[in-house]
Design a protein around this ligand. Structure first.
Ligand code: NCD
Length: 257
């Protein structure tokens, strides 16, 4: 919430109504070993708008990792050149490994099916803004999470972040093979929230204040076939009108399928 106050102050800078050069001379190292549009460009654009500059590699092909260099060595070498790193990598836990190897700040921009904390923070920021417009609080709200809850890292991070609030109800709607990892459900339930799991979109969406949908992470399916992800799973206006509230907030981190 402290960050959100800073974000509010910085809105005019993002819109170029005000100028800040607070990062002049600073260099961001941007290492994206997985596909990205929004996360990579938004971090880079933010750094540039504040007067800093960005050095990047994308994919494995153009970094020394293609030559077999370790995460440890890559991180140590990069930290000699740049002031902070933002890293996306296909393996869960890999970004923490980058962080352990260096003293410069390392931001997790997505570690495989693990976490995507910056997306969760901006999702919460967006939700808080919508809720302040609607006169609602995050405490006590009903959030429906829909889609690939097994491999979708955005929902993992958002689920944990929202669990810092009080008295939420979560309905988790996923095809049978793509359910939310049980350790996350247990963690959130231990924090005093109600967590319901259902394969039925209609039941999951009924009465929700927030619907957060994600795509199926096809690139992470290890030969598994997904059953039950039928067109009936789509968030359709007719269904939202029938079972949600007039002020239900619909969210998606994109890309959508
Ligand atoms: C997400 C991701 O990479 O996890 N994209 C994003 O950063 N907004 C969601 C996704 O790929 O489905």
């Amino acid at each position: 919430e402290d960050l959100f106050q800073v974000a509010d102050l910085m809105q005019p800078i993002a819109r170029r109504q005000k100028v800040s050069r607070v990062l002049v001379g600073a260099v961001l190292g941007s290492l994206f070993f997985e596909a990205s549009t929004r996360t990579r460009v938004s971090f880079g654009a933010a750094f540039c708008r504040l007067g800093g500059s960005v050095c990047d590699t994308t994919g494995f092909t153009f970094s020394s990792m293609a030559k077999g260099e370790s995460i440890y060595d890559t991180s140590r070498v990069m930290s000699g050149y740049v002031d902070a790193l933002v890293v996306r990598h296909p393996e869960q836990g890999s970004v923490a490994e980058f962080a352990r190897a260096t003293h410069i700040p390392v931001i997790n921009a997505g570690d495989g099916p693990g976490e995507h904390p910056s997306q969760a923070i901006l999702d919460l920021y967006t939700l808080q803004r919508e809720f302040s417009r609607l006169g609602k609080l995050v405490d006590g709200t009903h959030v429906a999470m829909v889609g690939d809850l097994k491999y979708g890292r955005t929902v993992h991070s958002l689920f944990r972040l929202l669990a810092l609030y009080r008295g939420l109800k979560f309905t988790l709607v996923a095809p049978p093979s793509l359910e939310m990892p049980s350790h996350l459900i247990e963690l959130v339930a231990r924090n005093g929230h109600v967590v319901e799991v259902t394969p039925s979109l209609e039941n999951g969406l009924r009465g929700a204040d927030v619907v957060y949908a994600t795509r199926i992470q096809t690139e992470r399916l290890a030969g598994e076939t997904v059953e039950g992800y039928t067109p009936e799973f789509q968030i359709r206006k007719a269904l939202v009108d029938a079972v949600c509230k007039p002020d239900t907030v619909l969210m998606h981190p994109l890309p959508r399928d």
